[in-house]
Write a protein that binds this ligand. Structure first.
Ligand code: FES
Length: 156
């Protein structure tokens, strides 16, 4: 499943997300995760609105959104690929995958790093638009990113 991305994640989308979690214990992280998943990133306006809705300071919300690498603070370009650079994945080729993605420079791919998906036994691990893949090789990357026909995964 591909995350929907917008240029403006705040507004109506956010109000629905806040209502879904308002009564939860510690609603900030679930709200930010839902905004990230549904909008693809967390903008300054979202930070302000979440702070207002939860009666938190802007600094508190900004601090959480900036601390966790799961939260993107600017729109991503196209397919988001997250490569595990944890030790178990490094030992089986994760660094080569990361380097190949950075060197690729082709098309709209945003490359992020993570330091363990909890999928160590099946490394190297790579997540493409939210779907985790194990035992990935550099040769698998084109198909994982563009799909088996060469078309973008969402183009069908
Ligand atoms: S080190 Fe890569 S999934 Fe754990």
């Amino acid at each position: 499943m591909s995350a929907r991305r917008t240029d403006e994640p705040a507004g109506g989308l956010l109000r629905g997300i806040v209502e879904r979690h308002r009564l939860a214990r510690g609603p900030l992280l679930p709200i930010l995760h839902d905004v990230q998943r549904e909008a693809g990133w967390i903008d300054d306006r979202t930070i302000d609105l979440v702070a207002d809705e939860l009666n938190l300071s802007r600094a508190e919300v900004h601090g959480v959104a900036s601390f966790y690498t799961d939260f993107r603070r600017e729109p991503s370009g196209g397919t988001v690929v997250r490569v595990c650079r944890g030790e178990a994945c490094q030992a089986v080729g994760g660094e080569e995958i990361h380097a190949a993605l950075l060197a690729g420079g082709g098309g709209a791919v945003t490359v992020d790093q993570i330091f363990c998906f909890g999928n160590c036994a099946l490394g190297p691990s790579v997540e493409v638009d939210g779907t985790l893949h194990g035992r990935v090789s550099v040769g698998d990357l084109p198909e994982l990113i563009t799909g088996p026909t060469g078309a973008a995964p969402d183009a069908a």
